[in-house]
Write a protein that binds this ligand. Structure first.
Ligand SMILES: Cc1ncc(COP(=O)(O)O)c(C=O)c1O
Length: 482
C-alpha cells in the first residue's frame, strides 16, 4: 500500500471507510442520482463488518441528504455533492438505463454472471473449461510465434483476417463442410453471430423456432428486437422434426435455431437420421436453420455425425463455430458460414458494430489452426472431459440416486439433472450459494417451470466437483424433508 491516501483510509474506523467509499462513488458520478447502492449485506461482506456498522454509515449518508431508502427499491442516491450546491439537476440516468432497446438479462442470470468470477465459489454452473485444462504453455508459444512474425496491423478486411479464414476453410473441410474463405465471417464469439443475425436478417415480429429448452432463453438477443421465441420439443435424438412448420405470412421472416452437438443445457446429441429429417423439414417449409455447433469437438465417446450444414446443398443452413468452449472464450473468436450474400450482409453489420474482431486474437487463432496445435489440444480436452464426466456421474450415482435422474452426455460440458422431489428450486439455488456453490437452474433455459439443474463438469476442480455434488444431494434431501 504505497498510496498515502489509501493508508490514511485504512486507519479510519470501518464505518467511516464505508461513508468515504460511498461518497467517492457518488461524488465522481459512478453512482449517479437515482441509482441503487449495494445492499447492506453486500457492503457488510465487502468491508468485512457486521450489518450494524453498515447501518451507521448509511444513516450518516442519509443525514447528509445523499441517499434515501425507497419502498421496494432499496437505498438509492438522491443527491450528490455537486447537486447539493448546484441549481440544475443531473440527468436521470435511471430512466435511460431502464429504457434502452436491449432488454436486461433475467435477474438470476445477472447474478450468476457476477458470481461466476468469484473464485471462492464451487462453480457447478460455468460453461467454460477449467483453468486446469487451459493450455498455457502452448498458448504462450503460439503468441510468441505471432509476435515473432508480427508486422504493423490495423483494421482487418470486413470478413476478418484472411489467413484465419483460410485456416478455417481447411478445418471445416475436416468436418465435411466446403466453405471458401469468402463465405466465412470471423465474429467475436458465437454470441455475436446470433446478434448479427438478429440485426441483419430478421425483422420485428419474426419468429425464432428453437430447441426447448435452449441456451437462447438465457439471453434476450432476439426478444430485444421484438422477435418471438417459440420452443419446439426434443427427444433423446434432438429436436423433433414434426413440429417444424412455417405458418402463413411468416415466409422470409422466421428461422430455426438448433444446437445439435451436446446441446446446452441438456447435453443431447442429435442423431444422423434426425439431422437429415430436420434439414428435409427445413427445405419443405423454407425455414432457414442456424446450426450452433460450438460444442462439436468436445465429443467423449465417438465422433458426432457430420453437421447439418454438410448435407445442405441449397444454402439453407447458417453454421456457427467458436473457440470459446474448446480453447478459450477470452480470445472472443468465432465464425459463421453461410451463403455469400448473407455473409456480406452480416459482415457489413459487423463493420458498423465493431469494425472487426481483435486483430491480435485473429492472428493467435490462425496460429493454432495452421500449426496443427488446435487438433492436438482438443484431443487432450476430450480426455480430460471424459475423466470429469466419469467422476461427476459416479458422484451423482452415489449422492443423488434417490432424489434425481439425469442423462449421460456423450460429450460437451453438461449433465441435465431432473430433481425429483417437488422442492423450491429458488430455495435450492439460494441454499447452495450460501454454502459456496453456484448452480444454474434449468428455468433459465426454458419458458415453463421444471425442477432442473444444469450441471457443468468442465470447470470446477475434481475435488470441488465431488464436494459440490455431495452437498447438492444433501441440500435436495434436506429441502425435501421439510
Ligand atoms: C449454445 C451456445 N451458443 C453460443 C454461446 C456463446 O459462445 P461464445 O463465447 O462463442 O460467444 C454459448 C455459450 O455458452 C453456448 O452455449
Amino acid at each position: 500500500m504505497n498510496d498515502p491516501e489509501e493508508k490514511k483510509m485504512k486507519n479510519l474506523p470501518k464505518y467511516r471507510q464505508i461513508v468515504h467509499f460511498i461518497k467517492e462513488k457518488i461524488g465522481n458520478g459512478e453512482w449517479p442520482i437515482g441509482s441503487k447502492i449495494p445492499s447492506q449485506r453486500t457492503l457488510a461482506k465487502d468491508f468485512q463488518v457486521n450489518r450494524s456498522t453498515v447501518i451507521t454509515a448509511l444513516e450518516e449518508l442519509m443525514a447528509d441528504g445523499l441517499i434515501e431508502g425507497r419502498m421496494g427499491k432499496g437505498t438509492v442516491v438522491i443527491n450528490n455533492t455537486w447537486t447539493l450546491l448546484a441549481k440544475n439537476s443531473a440527468p436521470n440516468w435511471d430512466q435511460y438505463v431502464t429504457s434502452g432497446i436491449q432488454r436486461p438479462s433475467q435477474k438470476i442470470v445477472q447474478e450468476i454472471n457476477q458470481s461466476e468470477s468469484n473464485t471462492d465459489l464451487i462453480q457447478l454452473s460455468k460453461g467454460e473449461l477449467s483453468a486446469e485444462i487451459f493450455p498455457l504453455d502452448v498458448m504462450k508459444k503460439m503468441m510468441g510465434q505471432v509476435s515473432q512474425n508480427m508486422e504493423a496491423f490495423g483494421y482487418e478486411e470486413p470478413k476478418g483476417y484472411f489467413p484465419l479464414r483460410g485456416a478455417l476453410s481447411s478445418y471445416l473441410r475436416t468436418i465435411g463442410i466446403n466453405a471458401s474463405p469468402s463465405s466465412i465471417l470471423i465474429v467475436s464469439g458465437a454470441l455475436q453471430a446470433l446478434q448479427l443475425i438478429s440485426m441483419g436478417l430478421l425483422q420485428r415480429g419474426s419468429t425464432v423456432y428453437l430447441d426447448q429448452p435452449s441456451y437462447l432463453y438465457s439471453l434476450h438477443v432476439f426478444q430485444s428486437a421484438d422477435m418471438k421465441l417459440t420452443g419446439l420439443p426434443m427427444d433423446q435424438d434432438g429436436l423433433l422434426p414434426e413440429n417444424i412448420h412455417m405458418p402463413r405470412g411468416e415466409r422470409g421472416r422466421s428461422i430455426l435455431y438448433t444446437n445439435p452437438c451436446f446441446h446446452n443445457p441438456t447435453g443431447i446429441l442429435m442423431s444422423k437420421k434426425r439431422r437429415e429429417e430436420i434439414l428435409a423439414a427445413s427445405e419443405n417449409t423454407q425455414l432457414p436453420i442456424i446450426e450452433d455447433d460450438i460444442y462439436r469437438e468436445l465429443w467423449i465417446d465417438e465422433i458426432p455425425p457430420f453437421p447439418i450444414k454438410t448435407i445442405d446443398k441449397n444454402g439453407h443452413v447458417l453454421y456457427i463455430g467458436s473457440l470459446s468452449k474448446t480453447l478459450s472464450p477470452g480470445l472472443r473468436i468465432g465464425w459463421i458460414v453461410g451463403p455469400e450474400p448473407v455473409i456480406e450482409r452480416l459482415s457489413d453489420i459487423k463493420m458498423q458494430t465493431d469494425y472487426g474482431s481483435s486483430s491480435l486474437s485473429q492472428r493467435v487463432a490462425a496460429e493454432w489452426f495452421t500449426t496443427g496445435q488446435y487438433q492436438l489440444h482438443v484431443e487432450k480436452v476430450r480426455q480430460q472431459l471424459k475423466l470429469r464426466r466419469e467422476l461427476a456421474l459416479s458422484a451423482l450415482g452415489t449422492h443423488l440416486k434417490d432424489v434425481a435422474t439425469w442423462n449421460i452426455p456423450k460429450g460437451g460440458f453438461f449433465i441435465w439433472i431432473k430433481v425429483l422431489p417437488s422442492i423450491s428450486m429458488k430455495l435450492l439455488y439460494a441454499k447452495a450459494l450460501s454454502k459456496g456453490i453456484l448452480l444454474n437452474l434449468g428455468s433459465i433455459y426454458a419458458q415453463e417451470k421444471g425442477n432442473y439443474v444444469r450441471l457443468s463438469y468442465a470447470y470446477a476442480s475434481l475435488e470441488d466437483l465431488q464436494k459440490g455434488i455431495y452437498e447438492l444431494g444433501l441440500m435436495i434431501k434436506e429441502l425435501a424433508s421439510k
